[in-house]
Design a protein around this ligand. Structure first.
Ligand SMILES: [Fe+2]
Length: 425
């Protein structure tokens, strides 16, 4: 199983107490307590449903239907925080990309680095023809735009932020038969910054104010200013990646090295945000009884938080999420299918891969046009032109030196693709 996070190995920076006390002083201890009880009660019901049929709660659409979703479906996607879009890339294209990338990897064997170090399959590769094509394919960009349009920004009623940027991320080529423990339950887009950065904290105002049911994860008004690298670190992104996502280039079913999600967005993140303020009861028999937890503002421990890396979660430290039973497998993915999940969502890459084929995915977040993101993209463009890994993922090889490095000719989708890539931003 994945590691358990205990107080013994925690980051116990005295400044953490100040962060807690600031929030409690601003919102009031009663409000925190009200939220805690309400969220744990909700989770009791929600985790029962997730345990019964978690995969069934993850909505899927075929590409065309995704643009015709009803308001009810839209609300469901928002509630779950994730969605699968079948055939985002036509299957034949995805299959040819799979061959293309395999050739590229063979031709550059021993040069491309990644994790695990000995036999990398999370590859530090950002500028291959396949990745460039996947990022700027008109259908990828259309899906990303639709996803970004789920958000609202009071400062931008026209949703100009919903023009997607081609954020460069890595890819995965995971061989069958190998266990992988490297990506247990976690939430990206920072950790302590969710509490410590005043701009980031404001996103979660309703949760701290005792009204978690009013928290809208799709309100972009403050979210665009929350800085995931407020506490800098090599694993912290400099970009607001509204939804993370990947495109499958090979098929992968549950138990074949795929993705697991906690498919309730609002109450998942609300629980993670409130958990550090409360201390469990003495008796383990009372753990699930939220009323028996006590508010403790003097403990510097934020479970699963090391300020320079993203938030991690574990079953015992976050008991009301019942993570052992409630990390739902996404449905079986076929080449060209995409999966998308909100930046506040708990997710994991499963330990086993019992399939027969490599599970190959190209990462690519739905990245809105914001001030922070545009700034990053200008740098990313230079990194691309120089053939080095982008700022969020320094340390890969010199890709310009790879055999078959495609350069900007591999960008698809005309002017829109080039704009997304950072030209003319
Ligand atoms: Fe992640």
């Amino acid at each position: 199983m994945w590691p358990e996070y205990t107080r013994e190995e925690a980051e116990l920076d005295p400044d953490n107490v100040r962060v807690k006390k600031d929030i409690a002083a601003h919102y009031g201890e009663d409000a925190l307590r009200r939220s805690w009880i309400a969220v744990c009660k909700q989770l009791e019901v929600l985790t029962r449903a997730i345990k019964e049929d978690g995969t069934g709660l993850i909505h899927e659409f075929c590409y065309e239907d995704f643009f015709r979703m009803t308001d009810v479906e839209k609300e469901e996607i928002k509630r779950r925080g994730c969605v699968v879009v079948r055939g985002t890339i036509p299957e034949e294209t995805a299959r040819s990309w799979f061959q293309d990338i395999k050739t590229y990897l063979q031709e550059n064997d021993g040069v491309i680095t990644g994790w695990p170090k000995e036999e990398p399959y999370i590859l530090q590769l950002y500028w291959s023809r396949v990745q460039l094509g996947c990022r700027t394919h008109p259908r990828t960009m259309a899906v990303q735009r639709a996803i970004l349009n789920l958000f609202n920004d009071d400062d931008d009623p026209e949703n100009t932020f919903a023009a997607p940027l081609a954020y460069a991320d890595a890819m995965r080529m995971r061989p069958p038969g190998k266990r992988f423990l490297g990506l247990g339950p976690h939430i990206d887009a920072g950790s302590l910054c969710r509490w410590g950065d005043p701009a980031y904290r404001q996103i979660y105002d309703k949760i701290f104010a005792g009204k978690p049911e009013e928290f809208d994860p799709f309100d972009f008004t403050h979210r665009k200013r929350g800085d995931p690298s407020y506490y800098p670190g090599a694993d912290q992104s400099h970009v607001v990646r509204a939804f993370q996502g990947w495109t499958a280039l090979s098929s992968a079913a549950p138990h074949e090295g795929t993705l697991q999600l906690f498919p309730d967005l609002r109450y998942g993140i609300a629980y993670v945000l409130l958990r550090p303020f409360f201390q469990p009861p003495e008796s383990s028999a009372d753990i699930m009884d939220a009323e028996k937890w006590t508010l403790n503002l003097d403990d510097p421990w934020f479970p699963g938080v090391w300020r320079h890396t993203p938030q991690v979660l574990s079953a015992d430290a976050f008991p009301h999420m019942r993570l052992k039973e409630c990390l739902a497998y996404i449905p079986k993915m076929e080449p060209g299918d995409t999966v998308w999940w909100h930046m506040d969502m708990c997710h994991a890459v499963e330990i086993e891969h019992k399939g027969t084929e490599p599970a190959c995915v190209v990462y690519g977040a739905a990245t809105p046009t914001t001030e922070m993101n545009v700034r990053y993209m200008k740098g990313q463009l230079q990194d691309f032109l120089n053939g080095v890994s982008p700022e969020d993922f320094r340390g890969g090889c010199y890709e310009k030196g790879l055999k078959g490095f495609p350069g900007e000719a591999a960008i698809l989708n005309g002017e829109e693709g080039r704009r997304a890539f950072g030209f003319a931003l």
